[in-house]
Design a protein around this ligand. Sequence first.
Ligand SMILES: [Cu+2]
Length: 231
Amino acid sequence: MRKVLGAVTALVFALGVATFIGLPGATAQGGGGTIEADVKYNGAPQVEKLKVNKDTEKCGTEAVIEKVVVGGNKGLANAVASVPGAKGTTKAKAVIDQHGCKFVPHVTVMQPGEIEFKNSDDILHNLHTYSTANPSINKAQPKFKKTMTEKLEKPEFVKITCDVHSWMLGWVAVVPGLAGVTDSNGVAKIENVPAGKQKVEVWHETLGKQEKEVDVKAGQVTKVSFEMKGK
Ligand SMILES: [Cu+2]
């Protein structure tokens, strides 16, 4: 009996060791790493304010058009960081909401395909895109049309406006690679990037584009900084 017990203990111990040894391999599954893009802007924020006298119960009386949003430590918000060499897998559909007479979020990233536009304002909005690679969209979105699904199938940075409310402005970054949008601190994290040399592109609606090369290591965070210049 003791022998059997000893053998079982040995087996459990061996399995435990095997599991332990197996762990690091499991966490680095696929050999991907994370890119943390840190985007800064040394200039002044550009924010325009506009008096609103239409649909004020939903839109408020003042519209704020945030063209360049600079947060703490000069971090630039609303910039798109993408990795063209890392093919993204289609996850949940991108969604933009016309809410409070704004496009929320202001900048959205998506892989080529379908995007959903919501109208949670209960008033008439319109959807007007300015694009060259993709067909233009110019459609009313009445209050009863809570959701509209549209196609953006070609990589492009697409400007969106609403012809009912002149101040409404949003952007869709249609990018085939993995991508993210910088937060209020100017940071975008892109996960599961294949290890090796990768090009990182940064785009901002008024400050243009920059790119850098990074060396991504499996299971690690690779930081890359950008400083956007005013035009
Ligand atoms: Cu509108």
